[in-house]
Design a binder for this molecule. Sequence first.
Ligand code: ATP
Ligand code: PRP
Ligand code: NIO
Length: 489
Amino acid sequence: MSSIYSDDSLALHTDLYQINMTESYWADGIHERKAVFELFFRNLPFGNGYAIFAGLERILDYLKDFHFSESDIAYLKEELGFQDDFLSYLKGLRFTGDVYSMVEGELVFANEPILRVETTLAEAQLIETALLNIVNFQTLIATKASRIKQVVKDDVVMEFGSRRAHEMDAAVWGARAAVIGGVEATSNVRAGKRFGIPVAGTHAHSLVQAYKSEYEAFHSYARRHKDCVFLVDTYNTLKIGIPTAIQVAKELGDKINFIGIRLDSGDIAFLSKEARRMLDNAGFTEAKIVVSNDLDEYTILNLKAQGAKVDVWGIGTKLITAYDQPALGAVYKIVAIENEKGEMEDTIKISSNVEKVTTPGQKKLYRIIDRENGKAEGDYITMYDEDPTTEKRIKMFHPVHTFISKFVTNFDAVNLHTKVVEGGNVIYTNPDLNEMRDYAHNNLHLLWDEYKRSLNPEEYPVDLSQKCWDNKMRNIREVQDKVDEFSTR
Ligand SMILES: Nc1ncnc2c1ncn2[C@@H]1O[C@H](COP(=O)(O)OP(=O)(O)OP(=O)(O)O)[C@@H](O)[C@H]1O
Ligand SMILES: O=P(O)(O)OC[C@H]1O[C@H](OP(=O)(O)OP(=O)(O)O)[C@H](O)[C@@H]1O
Ligand SMILES: O=C(O)c1cccnc1
């Protein structure tokens, strides 16, 4: 099967049902009613105590350029049978709404709106799939990277995953997300070119195998590359690999910058300690030990506990594929819609699972920070017309187990949503990636250690204001009344 249509826009990067629903809205004349959708996930990934938001830059690029191309329209008509009248509506469609979003690198928790879209019902519906696609992947990778960074602490992490990533986009945008989460460099040169990420790397076993010996291979590499990290495990790490790296480094002296060696197999704890001893004895006390081979935060923690002497961790597969949690599960839910009188009305989705009942209405999200100790008390979801920045005391209570509550005073309420798109125009300038990474890193200081431990962290509070809770209960009652009325008919 091949296609005659050029792939020249992203508008069809959506599920068919979005276009089908949009057609119904359009046919009924409600497509331009204002709607509010929120994007959030229900459970933190990897059993972590927080997630790191990534994906906004790509969302903004997507929204800026949102349009159905000639070939999109031709495909919808010729292959999927959509009719001309609806297609001429789609042809002229652009994103015209407002978007409020967390910034990339923000700490994000379950069941709080990462971003809010306020636009026509049709536009909001058509962009759902792409927005989720972007956030689900990038936030997952940024969070995995942050978990790894929490364990390696001040050691350097290099992202090595391109060859194992789920296709090319995932490699490039995953590398970027990993940087937001705390990674220092990537091996992916395209990601370096595109996003300005530092690009770094060593060499593969094939280089060694292409020459007659490690000695020849290392010399050859050094002839063209001043910065040298020699991979020492092709034949025998301790007996040939490291001694040869030391020999070549000594022979070439100042002609090269002998950065160190890389270990890619065997017992990393044992070999790294031996390598450190051998390098130090040879006078290369500054030489770095880079390790790779199916690493993740669990192995790294274990290796550290064994006293492994590692300076740089090269991490591929398990980072770029979010190996132990392949999906974040973020969703995008409608919370309010304009009625025929032009007023905004709440809308709610009921579920027998309490945690899945959506929180209706236009809302805002604040982080409540204790002024005395600088730590976050929790996140606080309010209705749109509430302003906790002017309140002296707020009651925070668990949105499901409401008996768990506390009063908070002497706090700063920080609005976590920035208006990034207004009337279809992007009004937000993406900061430099380093700034995003520093922002994410510094934000972690807001959290008590109990929320940051990688195993069984405490649950960070994400609470509703009283007004938001009351509004949710009122909406639930209204739906229940409707159900009762229907069933007793
Ligand atoms: N000391 C250690 N403690 C715990 N895990 C380790 C230790 N050393 C290495 N590992 C990890 O154990 C796994 C060993 O992988 P594997 O069985 O493929 O062995 P290998 O030595 O890498 O062999 P190969 O040459 O086939 O790559 C890797 O995930 C590696 O990161
Ligand atoms: O283990 P990961 O975390 O996924 O990190 C990337 C891996 O990719 C390379 O191995 P590969 O066997 O693909 O190539 P090589 O011949 O260079 O070792 C590298 O040596 C790492 O082991
Ligand atoms: O530069 C490296 O050492 C590297 C790059 C990609 C994958 N594995 C290793």
